[in-house]
Design a protein around this ligand. Structure first.
Ligand SMILES: Nc1ncnc2c1ncn2[C@@H]1O[C@H](COP(=O)(O)OP(=O)(O)OP(=O)(O)O)[C@@H](O)[C@H]1O
Length: 265
């Protein structure tokens, strides 16, 4: 499902100008990472995609339809949003009830619901915690519950707000695997992240933001090879890319797999 953001502006009621004319076009099935320093406007931007925020200027179209005037409940069927802080998202008494809430609310029948919930729990390694209270789990596990509860809604677009923060190595691998599964199912995946190695390993495209604007939009290599962009967005290129540059290689190298392939030659 495609997304068009056209000259989007957003000013908080406090007067903070968070977005100053963002334009983006995301095609069906793309994997897009949004990067940039704290306060760049990333969260404000993605919260427009499912109608949590309404543009104070410009517009957002999903599948060609303007989101203005559309109900949040209707948009929930289209764009899933995993909050950065799971405590803002979770409310049920058991993990399974939490994960089942979305598909139940969307009116999916029992068989589809069970299938989606089982898949979401397996994908996030939470099956054994299905009957636990989410608040008895660690923060990292609660974050995975938040991910599972959005996965189970089976939306064509899934937006993650800093999905790897607080996750250990296995948790990061799980999130990568979830993204790969969503991609294989043809879903559009958008993630805000501060982990540039995670970006390089899991995304095809990077949008770098600064001060409420898009500074650069391109492949991982294109965006991180531009020193001005790297400085302006206050990010660091992925480790493999820095290593390859340090070795004086001219090839595009952003991932471990690619690094090993070039080294082997
Ligand atoms: N609820 C709010 N009320 C007022 N200002 C806000 C609010 N939330 C965010 N802002 C401000 O809007 C600007 C953009 O914030 P936003 O959270 O979108 O940035 P971000 O790029 O997601 O940052 P981070 O990486 O820290 O999550 C910042 O100046 C921030 O202080």
């Amino acid at each position: 499902m495609s997304i068009q953001v056209e000259d989007l502006h957003y000013t908080y009621s406090s007067g903070t100008v968070a977005l100053q004319g963002v334009s983006l076009s995301i095609a069906d099935g793309e994997r897009v990472a949004i990067v940039g320093q704290n306060g760049a406007g990333k969260t404000t931007l993605v919260r427009h995609l499912n109608g949590i925020f309404r543009a104070t200027g410009g517009r957002v179209l999903v599948d060609g339809q303007d989101l203005a005037g559309r109900e949040i409940a209707e948009l929930a069927r289209t764009v899933g949003y995993v909050f950065q802080n799971p405590n803002e998202q979770l409310f049920a008494r058991t993990v399974r009830a939490e994960v089942e809430f979305g598909p139940r609310n969307l009116g999916y029948d029992r068989a589809r619901r069970d299938e989606l919930v089982d898949w979401a729990l397996t994908a996030t390694r939470l099956t054994e915690h299905a009957t636990s209270h989410p608040y008895h789990l660690s923060l990292a596990e609660r974050k995975r519950v938040a991910i599972a509860s959005v996965l189970a809604m089976d939306t064509p677009v899934v937006v993650f707000d800093e999905p790897t923060t607080g996750q250990d190595h296995a948790g990061v691998r799980d999130v990568s695997e979830v993204i790969a599964q969503l991609h294989a199912r043809g879903r559009t995946v958008i993630a805000i992240t501060h982990d540039m190695d995670f970006v390089a390993e899991n995304f095809d495209r990077v949008v770098a933001m600064a001060q409420g604007r898009v500074l650069a939009d391109g492949t991982v290599h294109e965006v991180f090879a531009d020193a001005e962009v790297v400085a302006g967005a206050a990010v660091e290129a992925p480790a493999m890319m820095r290593l390859a540059q340090g070795l004086g290689w001219t090839e595009s190298v952003t991932t471990v797999e690619r690094f090993v392939a070039v080294l082997a030659r």
